[in-house]
Design a protein around this ligand. Structure first.
Ligand SMILES: C[S@@+](CC[C@H](N)C(=O)[O-])C[C@H]1O[C@@H](n2cnc3c(N)ncnc32)[C@H](O)[C@@H]1O
Length: 425
């Protein structure tokens, strides 16, 4: 095959992998999908795939009237990536169209017959004014998730979340020394009200000043808040349960706590250890199932960042809605409740627990906290007091609800739920 190893062709294969084979981008990267490219090509292929997946709905609105029937998945993906590049990124039509045609020609006997159609369709698509494309409704969430979000948060909020998903996410950093203003000035970013730094310019993470010396780590502004709510103090014994790859462990260790980080996954725990080493921070690491493990001594505080649907992270992972379905949700809700009960048993009397999930579903947030209060009559929920958060984000039971339609002027944040729980004594 000729011409199959460009950023555009790899992007098209990634998009087909998500939309047709229902593979996450992470799975495809792990299988070596980016390997044929140099570092700049890899970054470009990822960017193009993300750009396309965030706009499949609008792209298909442009393509549908131009197609007599759906072409084979590899051709469809080439068309989708090309339309996204031309209409959302201002890609120069001549170059985009001729490479798309070359990709189809290089696709062997099954695909080469589509070259003429691809040429004609993309030329017509390129005539769409960019402003008309930008005005199309954003990519909709799949029905199972959209329905749940509509009933939890209402139609306007769900639409606003879809718009935030389409807009994507900047690069958020957590400063090791907590000085967001200084780090923002050093890197040309913006200090966010909650203490994270947002980099809006395109940047290669490992090229940014302070990466090697571990002066900061990548962490969405919302993901930085569970540890902020826990507010670990120097010398406290803190358990980070479900810890890997360790963004929250780094925060707890940077606060001076004596941290035990536990996770089920050895490979993810290795990433946590690498992150600790880069940031010159220390923690005890344990690879174990939290449901079987027993600590030698109870803890002052526990942070339980439970496994979840990850529906709060679609800004960063636009592949998720296409590959996930509601199957398995009940099981994960049950695991969250079991982990919460287990984690409460690891606390000293009067100790505190932060329960968090990067989910938009109340079943993984508000309802888990309320159900825990019912199961444990001596448990109470304390309202978190955090700089930069809006009092309207406190939900009726007292937890903190974060959604991607919040902070529209600052570039949004991931969806999260955070509750601070304490035994009465
Ligand atoms: C949401 S992620 C944690 C992210 C992490 N807290 C951070 O800030 O980087 C959930 C983690 O739970 C771990 N996990 C799932 N089930 C577990 C169990 N039964 N015991 C321990 N860890 C578990 C997964 O391996 C995964 O790393």
């Amino acid at each position: 095959m000729r011409n199959t190893q460009t950023a555009r062709s790899v992007a098209a294969r990634l998009v087909a992998g998500v939309l047709h084979d229902r593979l996450t981008l992470a799975d495809q990267f792990a299988r070596g999908a980016l390997e044929p490219l140099d570092p700049a090509g890899r970054a470009r292929a990822q960017r193009l795939a993300l750009l396309t997946l965030r706009r499949v709905g609008p792209v298909d609105r442009v393509l549908k009237p131009l197609l007599r029937k759906a072409p084979p998945p590899p051709v469809h993906a080439i068309l989708r990536v090309a339309v996204a590049e031309m209409l959302a990124e201002g890609g120069e039509p001549h170059g985009v169209v001729s490479e798309a045609v070359a990709q189809v020609r290089a696709g062997g006997r099954k695909l080469e017959g589509f070259a003429g159609m691809v040429n004609a369709v993309l030329r017509r698509a390129s005539e769409t004014p960019a402003a008309d494309f930008a005005a199309l409704p954003p990519q909709e969430l799949p029905g199972w998730l959209r329905g749940r979000l509509m009933s939890a948060w209402g139609k306007p909020a769900t639409r606003a979340m879809e718009a935030a998903h389409a807009a994507g996410a900047g690069l958020d950093l957590t400063p090791r020394d907590g000085d967001a203003a200084a780090l923002a000035a050093r890197l040309g970013g913006v200090a966010l009200p909650t203490g994270s730094v947002r980099i809006t310019a395109r940047a290669q993470v490992s090229d940014l000043p302070g990466y090697e010396s571990g002066d900061w780590w990548v962490q969405d502004a919302a993901a930085a808040l569970p540890a902020a709510v826990l507010c670990a103090r120097r010398g406290e014994r803190v358990l980070d349960l479900c810890a890997a790859p360790g963004g929250k462990t780094l925060q707890l260790a940077a606060a001076g706590a004596s941290v035990t980080a536990l996770d089920l996954s050895e490979s993810r725990m290795n990433r946590l250890r690498q992150n600790l080493a880069r940031c010159r921070l220390g923690a005890e690491t344990v690879v174990a199932d939290a449901l079987d493990w027993m600590p030698a001594q109870p803890f002052d505080a526990v942070l339980l960042d439970a496994p979840c649907s990850a529906t709060g992270t679609i800004r960063r992972h636009p592949d998720l809605p296409f590959v996930r379905d509601p199957g398995g949700l009940k099981e994960i809700f049950g695991l969250q409740a079991a982990l919460l009960d287990r984690a409460l048993g690891f606390l000293k009397p009067g100790g505190r627990l932060v329960y968090s999930t990067c989910s938009l579903l109340p079943e993984e947030g508000e309802r888990q906290a309320s159900a825990a209060l019912e199961r444990h009559p001596d448990l109470r929920i304390e309202q978190p007091e955090l700089q930069g958060t809006d009092p309207a984000w406190i939900s009726p039971e007292g937890g903190l609800r974060l959604r991607p339609d919040f902070w529209p002027d600052l570039g949004a944040l991931d969806g999260f739920y955070i509750a601070l729980l304490r035994h009465s004594g």
